[in-house]
Design a protein around this ligand. Structure first.
Ligand code: PLP
Length: 379
């Protein structure tokens, strides 16, 4: 029941809500978990929460959730084995902002550095590189979407007079491939590159890969300098959000104290969402590490089930190790529209994040089977 609106406007809003609820029930192509219930936080929607400025420095604007934000970034710093007393981070508006921040920190350290990223990398990286005015080289990928380390080595060798900024994927958008920090570091060592920075775009798979200890590992103890994740993906939030964690000595080159806000301006955005840190905190507390791990294991099992069933239908479906993403040859348009399957080139994918249920997958599989049996279907 909607008050305060003229009937046509209330009707429009009602229709919109119903249509979004319907579409959410058949959304299996994008990685947003939906198994949450944030109704306990509704009272906060009546308060102008704003975490403007640095999360670790109190502001004169007291309507904020800094203390929750700090707990959230502490959780990620620990999960990603950030060096004690030498890390910093904040809750972002999503993975793209975290990537921008990581590359910004890299540029402040190495203004003439070259960014190397694979051609399976999320589009935000190309945009961020452009915004920052950095030079970059796109590296070939292997068939599974992972960086081609030989090509990386060759490209670095050709530009040995420039510091190296690596943008490693921990879960590429389409095939959820993980770039191997071990192989990247071996290439840097072999070429005697002393000035390097490794940013991990772990927007998609960072949280559950760390929880499940999926190989290859990618955390700070394995040599990365910053990590960005999306909060609305595996953890789940109706508001896009994320987090970035960086080695503190690199971050200290960024930001200045602003008297108007009584804190330091060290983040990309000025005003920052004060609600999403509470959402993330709520999910972390509700599930705990153990619950989150269990959630990841269930999703992994569902992804494997989906892959195996599609293969039984004769489709060449596959998953990278530890991935919640099931890659399939492009399916008929009707199916892709109904189930909102992201498509690129000759593949589309299903992402079995928490909230995607066995029932949804079985309904989807039944649709696939029907389509495959229908004559004149073109794959
Ligand atoms: C690998 C990867 N990186 C970055 C992003 C961007 O994250 P966000 O949408 O949270 O900005 C995505 C989003 O799909 C992604 O898949």
């Amino acid at each position: 029941m909607i008050n305060h609106l003229m009937p046509p406007d209330a009707e429009r809003l009602n229709n919109y809500i119903e249509s979004m609820q319907r579409r959410a029930a058949s959304s299996i192509g994008y990685p947003g978990s939906t198994d949450y219930d944030y109704s306990a936080l509704f009272p906060l929607l009546g308060i102008n929460l704003n975490n403007i400025g640095d999360p670790l420095i109190e502001s004169t604007y007291e309507l904020n959730s800094r203390s929750f934000e700090l707990e959230v970034v502490e959780f990620f710093a620990e999960l990603f084995q950030a060096p004690a007393n030498n890390w910093w981070g904040y809750v972002t508006n999503g993975g793209s902002e975290g990537n921008l921040y990581g590359l910004y920190a890299a540029r402040e350290l190495y203004p003439n550095g070259i960014v190397y990223y694979s051609d399976a990398t999320h589009y935000s990286i190309q945009k961020n590189v452009h915004i920052l005015g950095l030079n970059s080289i796109v590296i070939r990928t292997q068939p599974n979407g992972e960086m081609d380390y030989e090509d990386l080595s060759d490209m670095i060798q050709l530009h040995r007079d420039h510091p190296v900024i690596i943008m490693a994927n921990i879960g590429t958008t389409m095939t959820e491939a993980r770039d191997d920090l071990g192989q990247i570091k071996a290439a840097l060592k072999h070429l005697a590159v002393k000035q390097h920075y490794i940013h991990c775009d772990a927007a998609l798979a960072g949280v559950y890969s760390a929880l499940l200890q999926t190989e290859p590992r990618f955390d700070f103890s394995r040599g990365c300098d910053s990590i960005a994740i999306s909060g609305h993906k595996f953890l789940g939030s109706p508001i896009p959000c994320g987090a970035v964690i960086v080695r503190k000595n690199y971050k200290d080159r960024i930001g200045q104290v602003i008297p108007y806000i009584g804190t330091a301006d060290t983040t990309i955005s000025g005003s920052r969402n004060g609600h999403s840190p509470v959402f993330l905190w709520y999910t972390l507390k509700k599930h705990g590490k153990e619950g989150l791990t269990k959630r990841a294991q269930n999703s992994l099992a569902l992804a494997q089930y989906t892959r195996d069933r599609l293969r039984e239908f004769g489709l060449d479906a596959w998953c990278n190790p530890g991935a919640l993403t099931v890659v399939s040859p492009v399916l008929p348009a009707r199916l892709r529209k109904k189930w909102q399957l992201a498509t690129e080139g000759d593949i589309c994918h299903i992402v079995c994040v928490p909230g995607v249920t066995r029932t949804m997958i079985d309904d989807f599989l039944a649709d696939v089977q029907t389509e495959l049996k229908t004559p004149k279907v073109q794959l």
